[in-house]
Design a protein around this ligand. Structure first.
Ligand SMILES: *[C@@H]1O[C@H](CO)[C@@H](O)[C@H](O)[C@H]1NC(C)=O
Ligand SMILES: *[C@@H]1O[C@H](CO)[C@@H](O)[C@H](O)[C@H]1NC(C)=O
Ligand SMILES: *[C@@H]1O[C@H](CO)[C@@H](O)[C@H](O)[C@H]1NC(C)=O
Length: 453
């Protein structure tokens, strides 16, 4: 995620997040099967399910249904401070289809961008639960291969259908933070490399202190605290542009930040690498690789394969390379090669590729400063949670993914052009009205404990 993940927008349904649990709507996780495959080629199906992140949920009083949070403001009597708020307020169950436009069938998950239920919902973010439906599934990615199918045909400029891994606690922080009574079942404990400060609860306490409503979004705001952790963006894309991006952090596991540590004062002062080391084929010089009718044809479903290679080809080695392949119409498509002077013509991410890219593009190599591949690989060895989301971008109109960015730079300078979307595209009010019917479908997820050549 580049600048910052703009969160949902549930209009009138103010969300009540205490981290208590409300009972108006029963929480029933949509089922989503996925597979675990082995070297011998045998695959096992896992039952699986997905859970909606807590930030999207209705947050109301434990004693009734008064909102604890309305629009982008906290109720000051119920929430004079974070701890009192956590005691007074409860997160309720979600109507996945009716309120949030989230549906599953078999191994397939569809996320609708806009849902006009009783209120208008914008975007969503879900996590894969384990087979017992008790905690988030933790994935160990080293020396393995993660595969899924995606349909981005209905996802235009300004939108991002994302599939990624974040180093969240499996129980959503339930055991570490006793004031969090909701846990993974209600989608608590989110963190990522942007150290998001728009989370209403962090570490079992409401993010009330210093909370300021966003000037350009009626439903979100930011508090004093953020929630940081290692993040591997396997897939951030629409039908115009795509990127895969590791973002390491200097901290271990989900960590609450404050002030400078969140990167609040300057972009690289935080504990995580906000830019990451991205591989976007268009940005790396192959403008005819990804898009409608191109080598990877985004008008049709395709398979995305990501391989995590280690220094010694074992699950205990250090992460040395991240490779990408596509499969479409039965044909394996190698990732595009870099075609930028000063960068080796490779098609995968290594520390060397990152260093060359940052130098040629004139970007800060915060990726190396925050630990590089080895750093994020250490998180993969411990376990990371699978996140899938659809969102629009109130901070930078998604131009960092699919257009010329920064918009003030010369578009012909290396690294500036990232896709063919107009620099005027991606403004959330426009996207929300013009692409109200947008959706993304992720399916056939599997992790293979061996990496194929
Ligand atoms: C790891 O596997 C690759 C490809 O199979 C091979 O070329 C390389 O020598 C192996 N490295 C080690 C340390 O075994
Ligand atoms: C979205 O789909 C509905 C139903 O198919 C249609 O009536 C509406 O015009 C569409 N809106 C846009 C912006 O395409
Ligand atoms: C898993 O990897 C093995 C070995 O490379 C391969 O034979 C098998 O086809 C893979 N399974 C899937 C589902 O990709």
């Amino acid at each position: 995620m580049f600048p910052f993940k703009a969160l949902l927008a549930l209009t009138t349904l103010a969300v009540a997040y205490a981290q208590q649990v409300g009972t108006q709507t029963a929480e029933v996780h949509p089922k989503l099967s996925w597979e675990t495959c082995t070297t011998s080629g045998t695959c096992t199906s896992n039952a699986g399910s997905v859970v909606l992140d807590s930030n999207w949920r209705w947050l109301h009083t434990t004693s009734g249904y008064t909102n604890c949070y309305t629009g982008n403001e906290w109720d000051t009597s119920l929430c004079p401070d974070g701890a009192t708020c956590a005691a007074n307020c409860a997160l309720d169950g979600a109507d996945y289809t009716g309120t949030y436009g989230i549906t599953t069938t078999g191994n397939s998950l569809k996320l609708n961008f806009i849902t006009n239920g009783a209120n208008k919902n914008v975007g969503s973010r879900v996590y894969l639960m384990n087979n017992a439906d008790t905690e988030y599934q933790e994935f160990k990615l080293l020396n393995s291969e993660f595969t899924f199918d995606v349909d981005v045909s209905n996802l235009g400029c300004g939108l991002n259908g994302a599939l990624y891994f974040s180093e969240m606690d499996a129980d959503g922080g339930l055991s570490k933070y006793p004031t969090n009574k909701a846990g993974a079942k209600y989608g608590t404990g989110y963190c990522d490399s942007q150290c998001p400060r728009d989370l209403k609860f962090i570490n079992g306490v409401a993010n009330v202190e210093g909370w300021t409503g966003d000037s350009n979004s009626a439903n979100s705001g930011t508090g004093e605290y953020g929630s940081c952790c290692n993040e591997m963006d396997i897939w951030e894309a629409n039908n115009n542009a795509a990127a895969f991006t590791p973002h390491p952090c200097s901290v271990d596991g989900q960590t609450r930040c404050e002030g400078d540590d969140c990167g609040a004062t300057s972009r690289y002062s935080g504990v995580c690498d906000p830019d990451g080391c991205d591989f976007n084929s268009f940005r790396m010089g192959d403008t005819s690789f990804y898009g409608a009718g191109l080598t990877v044809d985004t008008t049709k479903v395709f398979t995305v394969v990501t391989q995590f290679l280690t220094s010694d080809n074992t699950t205990t080695g250090s992460l040395s390379e991240i490779r990408r392949l596509y499969v479409q119409g039965g044909k394996v498509i190698q990732n595009s090669q870099v075609a930028i002077a000063g960068i080796d013509p490779v098609n995968s991410i290594t520390d060397n590729f990152c260093a060359q890219q940052k130098t040629v593009f004139g970007d800060t190599n915060d990726f190396a400063s925050k630990g590089g591949l080895k750093g994020i690989g250490a998180a993969f060895a411990k376990g990371v949670v699978l996140v899938m989301s659809v969102w629009d971008d109130y901070a930078a109109n998604m131009l960092w993914l699919d257009s010329d960015y920064p918009t003030t730079a010369d578009a012909s300078a290396p690294g500036v052009a990232r896709g063919t979307c107009a620099t005027t595209s991606g403004n959330p009010p426009d996207v929300e009205s013009q692409e109200a019917n947008a959706s993304v479908i992720f399916s056939a997820m599997n992790i293979n404990s061996s990496v194929s050549e």
